[in-house]
Each structure stands twice: as C-alpha cells, then as structure tokens.
Design a protein around this ligand. Structure first.
Ligand code: ADP
Ligand code: ZN
Length: 630
C-alpha cells in the first residue's frame, strides 16, 4: 500500500499537509529526518505512516505518559496496532506488552526514555526488528531548551547498543537554532533531512487585553463561550486556587491543575477536561505538555508568561484541529513583577558556574523583556511572534487584536529627541523611572537623591505626564531606538538607531487605541466586529447546526461507551464535514475528512443512521454559501 492510501485508510484524510509528504518520503528512503513544525501541524503522521509502511517495529520515545496513552488510544481506534510501555503499567503488564511486541503484535511502541536502559527492554530491543526510532518532543534533549530532560540523553546510548542502527527521526515544535543543532548533534543524526515549516498558526486569533478586572473578564468570557472548551493559565498555584474558587462560587464549571495537588486530583481533573466533563481548565504551566485535546477553543493567560517560547507553546494548545481559536493574554504591569520574582527565585537544575548562572540570568531577562514588548506593541501580534522565532517579512495578519483595532497616531519624535538627550546627559546610568521623572520635572525625594534637578534636561518634557513619557520610552524600546540592560537595574542605553531619531531620519509614532479597550470589554467580552475568520461550524445554517448537535450527542454517547475522549472518536471538523456532505451510504461517508476505513467499520453505520433519521434520506443543503465550505 502506498502512503496516500495509508493516510486515507487509517486516518481518513485525503491529502498531506505542508511538509508531511517530503518527510515521509525521506524516512522511507532510509534517511534520518528532523521535522520542526508548530503544534498542530501534524507531526505524528510523519512517523506513523512510515512506521506502517516499513517492516518491523517503530519505537517512539515520548516524554509524557499522558501523551503516550492518548496517541496509542487514537492509533488503536484507527486500526493501528500500538502499545505503550511506561511506569503507569505494572511489571507484569510490561512483561506482557514486551512479549506481545516480541511476537510482532505491534507496529508502533511508545516508550519513556527511562525505560530504554532497563534490562528487560534492552533484551527485547536487541532481538526485535526495529526499523525506526522516533524521538518525539526532541527539544527535550537540548540543554538550551525549556524542558531539558537528562533521561533523553539515554537515547543515544540505547541506539549504540542495537546491532543494527534503525532510521532515526526526530520531531519538535521548538525552532531556535541552538536547539536544532543540539538535536542533530546529540542524537547523532546522520546527514538528516531537516524540514522547518512555517510557525504561523493561521487559525489562531491573538490578543492582549488589559481589563480593569481580570476575574470578571474571565468569567464573562467563559459564560459567553459556554459550549466551548478552554484553558486559563495562571502564573502561580495561588492564583489558580483563587480563580477556581471564585468561578465555582459563581457557578462556572471548571477543573484545576497544578503541581500542589495530589496526583489523584490531578489525574481526575485532567480527565474531566479531556472528556469534556469540565469544559474549562484553570492551571499553572504544569498543565498541558502532552495534552492532545484537539478542540480547545481558547487559551487565556491570566498572567503574562516568562517568555514568548512559553507563551506560544501554551497558547498553541488552542485550535489543534485547525478550526478558529482564540489566544488572549491579560496583561497588567504587576505581571512583570511576579515574573521578575519568579526568575530571581528560580532553582537551577544541574550544576553551573557563577558565569553560566549569570549568562542564564541574562538570557531569562532578555526573554522576559521580549514578552513584555509583546504586551505593549501596537503592531501585528502575529508578526511580532513570528519575527521573534526568526520568520521575517510577514505582512500584517488581519486576524489579531492589534490588526483589528483602530488607532490614532501621534508623532512624538520631538519628545523622543528630548528623551535621548536626557539619557545622554545622565550618562546612560538610569532606568525608566528616574529618566521619566527627571524629564517630567518631578520633585520627589527619591529623585532628588539622584540629583535629577541638576540636569539641564530636568523638566524639559514637563508638558507631558510621567506615564506618557514612559509610554514613549516603551515605544522606543519596542522599536530598538533604545535598549535596556539585561539585569535587574534595567538601565536605559542608547543604540545606533537613537542617532537616527536625533538626525531626523527616523520618526517615532505613538499609536493609541481609539476606544478604551478595558471599557469596551465591559460592554461585552469577546464581542468583536470585523473579525475575518469564523469557526467552521459557523458555515452551518440552523438545520445544519441541529444535525451537528445530534451528531455531537451520538459522539458523546459512543465516547462514554468506549471510555475514550470524544475527539478520539471523531473531531468537530469531521462532524461538520458530515453535515456539509450529508453522506447517505458507505462511499459517501468515506469521503468525509477524518473518516478512514477503520473508523468507518467502528462507527460509520451509527452516524449514517443518525443522518438518515434526521434527513429522511433526502439530501438538503445544511450550510450557507455555494462552495463545499471546508
Ligand atoms: P502535532 O503533533 O504536530 O502537534 P498532531 O500530529 O497531533 O500535531 O496533529 C494535529 C491534528 O491534525 C490531528 O487532529 C491530526 O489528526 C490532524 N492532521 C494531521 N495530518 C493531517 C492531514 N494530512 N489532513 C488533515 N488532518 C491532519
Ligand atoms: Zn495581526
């Protein structure tokens, strides 16, 4: 069977997505491969299809138990023989799984890296025919990455112990150069085919909001999206507990997750969320890695995270099914302080020299700063993120808060020139508070200590409020017309571009939202006009939506019977496609996206029955517009 038929038969899709085919081809030719693709791009299929087409077994190294379970469940549903081996199984279950594996029972086996060096597993691996070894979440091997896992280093020794070196493929969503080099180098990939696909997630809408009351914002948002599943990330456990209690008291159903809860409670709330029993999860960043739930419709950050790497990864858990989803960050200046505190008190894993620690501290500080600028920028948020990850040249996206907001522009070049003069006169030794206070001509004891009133520039911007001066300085920082040192003093320094402002080559424009975003929010959370993309089910007319709801009910029923999450039965996207195509027989049903032969054999008749009953066997048009819409 060829790869396209395999895609259809097992996964029910008719075409490959960007990058999938070329990776699969290279792997099938026996070449090592590294796929760097954003969350939701479809990395799993890049190794699952070769695994099905190659002889023997594919081992998939994966860092998280929940992830393995989910993947294996989904594969078995699709008719692929797969298993996982990790510490959630008892010794006898492991022995049994290995015995079945040795007997050729499985095409794909997921293992935790710790397992690789156990005697029993090695015994098995040395005898078995292992065609490929896949390293999922491969960035865990890099000390540069966010989630370095020492046990990932065991993979290398494991490979050396095999008689025959299998093809090695590695996948990650982390794109930085350091991490990429580490993966290739540490894993010992041989002339790998490296593919980096675009990091843009077109279906995600990005926004930074500064509501007067975050709790109220979150509550209203959840209420307005009560049919939908979402995650609220908070910076601390305390925040999680507080918000959770508050929402519960107001009758908003939610689950919570953080490292301070006992493992049973964590397991339970994770399950409630995955099985759509609690549509909302309130959690610290301990939650989410390995959560494969594809129908998360929104991710709200109650606090600003420490870096854009963290932010994009967490926000990226929204909309994995490719349907529209929202990523909203609730910013307040206090978040900056929380994060500084967290960074200052961060425990470093491993041993480091003083110099290394300083370097790490500086790097963290720099990351935090880029995160803050994301919250302050008035430019396209998507473009800002993509630039940060090294993708240049994108136009404004038209699908983020900033692109959709109307601004008033003010030329503040004159003030910027005075700011630069002030910083220069103060010999680039002070941070934003002292500089802004000095220029505004403030006469506070703290400022007098620095002798600010002795400068010529003292009060040279006294027509402005201190806050306005800070706003201009922030704007200049975002545009790199000034920089801040990467230490806690955050001293303002001039850059080469500063001179271009002074010489009149560059002007500084301050953009202000025309309407007050906080007040607008109070008028109704999440109500935006002019948004360009709609959710896929929005294409259904009222009859179509009714059918969609019935199919969802059937799906929930099947999920309960089989004890799997609903999205593992069929995704929302698949159900919408059923409403559009209105299949009345087997062949029709197989043209629906996400319906493969195995899924058809399991569920096809029941869904056909539901559609038959609803339509009386007469096909009608259940959607708006003329195209097929999907
Ligand atoms: P990643 O691991 O890159 O985050 P997944 O492998 O979990 O992403 O895939 C994300 C979603 O996209 C899954 O629901 C998967 O079934 C779907 N998907 C993958 N490849 C295709 C394809 N070629 N056509 C349609 N859907 C796909
Ligand atoms: Zn934009």
């Amino acid at each position: 069977m060829d790869k396209l038929n395999t895609l259809k038969k097992y996964f029910g899709y008719t075409a490959f997505r960007e990058g999938q085919e070329i990776l699969i081809d290279n792997i099938l030719q026996g070449r090592d491969a590294l796929g760097i693709m954003p969350t939701g791009a479809g990395k799993s299929i890049c190794y699952q299809i070769p695994a099905l087409l190659m002889p023997g077994i594919t081992l998939v190294i994966s860092p998280l138990i929940s992830l393995m379970k989910d993947q294996v469940q989904a594969l078995n549903q699709a008719g692929v023989h797969a298993a996982y081996i990790n510490s959630s199984l008892s010794e006898s279950q492991i022995s049994r799984a290995l015995r079945l594996a040795a007997g050729g029972q499985y095409k794909i086996i997921y293992v935790a890296p710790e397992r690789l060096e156990t005697y029993e597993f090695l015994q098995f691996a040395q005898k078995a025919e292992i065609s490929m070894l896949t390293v999922d979440e491969a960035h865990c091997i890099s000390q540069w990455g966010q989630d370095f896992r020492p046990s990932y280093l065991k993979i290398v020794q494991f490979i050396r112990r095999l008689d025959k070196r299998p093809v090695i493929s590695a996948f990650t969503a982390t794109a930085t150069e350091n991490v990429k080099e580490d993966i290739v180098c540490v894993l010992g990939l041989r002339e790998p085919y490296v593919l980096v696909t675009g990091f843009d997630r077109k279906n995600l809408y990005f926004a930074v909001e500064t509501p007067a009351g975050k709790d109220r914002y979150v509550r209203d948002y959840i209420r307005e999206h009560d049919q939908e599943s979402g995650i609220i990330y908070c910076a601390t456990r305390k925040n999680v507990d507080r918000l959770y209690d508050r929402l519960l008291a107001e009758g908003v159903p939610a689950a919570r997750y953080h490292a301070g809860l006992d493992s049973e409670e964590r397991r339970q709330s994770q399950e409630d969320f995955i099985y759509d029993k609690s549509p909302v999860m309130i959690a610290t960043n301990a939650f989410g890695m390995g959560i494969d739930k594809s129908n998360v419709r929104y991710v709200i950050h109650y606090n600003m995270p420490q870096s854009l790497e963290n932010y994009y990864q967490e926000a990226g858990r929204a909309g994995r099914d490719g349907e529209r989803a929202e990523c909203i960050l609730l910013y307040s200046a206090q978040d900056v302080m929380i994060n500084r505190f967290l960074l200052d008190n961060k425990e470093q894993k491993g041993e480091y020299t003083r110099e290394e620690l300083d370097a790490i501290g500086e790097r963290d500080e720099e990351r935090l700063r880029s995160m803050i600028y994301y919250c302050l920028t008035t430019d396209c948020l998507r473009r800002y993120i993509l630039r940060y990850f090294g993708e240049k040249g994108m136009e404004s996206c038209g699908n983020c808060r900033n692109c959709l907001r109307e601004y008033e522009e003010t030329d503040v070049t004159g003030a910027a020139v005075k700011i630069i003069a002030g910083i220069r006169e103060m010999r680039q030794r002070y941070g934003i508070n002292v500089v802004a206070g000095m220029l505004a001509g403030e006469d506070r004891a703290r400022l007098r200590e620095y002798g600010v009133n002795g400068y010529e520039a003292f009060g040279s911007l006294k027509e402005l409020r201190e806050g306005e001066i800070k706003e201009i300085i922030n704007r200049m920082l975002v545009e790199n017309l000034l920089v801040m040192t990467n230490d806690k003093y955050a001293v303002l320094k001039l850059t080469e571009q500063s001179d271009e402002v002074v010489s009149g080559k560059v002007s500084v424009i301050l953009k202000k939202a025309k309407r007050d975003p906080a007040r607008e929010k109070e008028a109704g959370a999440g109500k935006r006009s002019g948004s360009t993309k709609v959710r896929r089910s929005d294409i259904l007319n009222s009859r179509g939506l009714e059918l969609f709801e019935q199919l969802r009910t059937l799906r929930a029923q099947i999920a309960r019977e089989e004890n799997v999450p609903p999205y593992i039965v069929f995704s929302d996207k698949t159900l919408v496609d059923m409403c559009v195509k209105v299949p009345l027989g087997r062949n029709d049903m197989l043209t629906v996206s996400g319906v493969g032969e195995n899924k058809f054999a399991r569920y096809g008749e029941r869904f056909l029955g539901e559609i038959q009953t609803y339509t009386g066997g007469i096909r009608e048009k259940f959607y708006f517009g003329d195209g097929d819409g999907i």
